[in-house]
Design a protein around this ligand. Sequence first.
Ligand code: ADP
Ligand code: MG
Length: 322
Amino acid sequence: MTDLAIETTGLVKVFGDNRAVDGVDLRVPAGTVYGVLGPNGAGKTTTVRMLATLLRPDGGEARVFGKDVQKDADAVRSRVSLTGQYASVDEDLTGTENLVLLARLLGHAKPAARDRAAQLLEAFGLREAAGKQVKNYSGGMRRRIDIAASILNTPDLLFLDEPTTGLDPRSRNQVWDIVRAVVSQGTTVLLTTQYLDEADHLASRIAVIDHGKVIAEGTKGELKASVGSGAVHLRLRDADQRPAAERVLAEALGAEVLLDPDPVALTARVNGRGSERGAAEQAAHALAELARSGITVDNFALGQPSLDEVFLALTDKKGEAA
Ligand SMILES: Nc1ncnc2c1ncn2[C@@H]1O[C@H](COP(=O)(O)OP(=O)(O)O)[C@@H](O)[C@H]1O
Ligand SMILES: [Mg+2]
């Protein structure tokens, strides 16, 4: 049996008549990055705050390393750390001053606090910025110092609440490297994100949440397989042939065809009934039909669905059920 860092059953939080978290079940294996993926307002932060003992649940149960977040809140607090909107970094202090101060508050003696601060600033690429006030940091540097502050004492479980929202690609990559380094030290990470590619890159398992409910859960492979095994991307020689190509593809694949912004490009989902071979056969059939209709295809690719397509498909399904 795997050790669980987090286990929730029917977790609920209500604000007025808004069920912000509406019966969430999560099982997060220890030692992994677990992604909670969902759009703005899905209930990610509210879930994290309940797990971090900052907010009282209105229903259900939540355990962190086996300890109940309400009955054993102190035991939970001793093992978790949270980075996000509520980080405790002081804008007027320098990077070093912040980390040393926080380390002292956590009970480190002065030399140990200085050592730990220097070590983290170095590891997070902030050595040169160490003597600057945090208010002069870029967005990416600010996220990195926030994470550094939250792992001064290596926590067993780290909550990273949208650690890369609003960052440029290079800064995102730096944060991703840090997340990988933190996990390699044995810390379990619960990462919330609105970015499908972020969950794809970092997380071993992902829960997709929307309107306070988990609408899908699994490994990336499982989530992708749940919506079919791929998508075909086509480029035509002649943009005038696109309407005809759209009809032929829709007929041959029995799937919706998306028209790309590029006037010669189209994308269609292939179902393949969950198997890659099935998808390849369907794609081959579609190509043959296009050739038969006199449509010239310059370029063709069969790819896995992106998590974006997965998310759209899942929220579509939910729409149909409602
Ligand atoms: N303190 C609060 N008081 C009232 N409503 C809140 C509060 N915090 C969050 N909400 C509402 O709960 C829902 C979920 O919010 P949140 O957990 O912040 O979502 P996410 O982090 O996924 O963007 C939203 O509708 C939000 O407006
Ligand atoms: Mg949030």
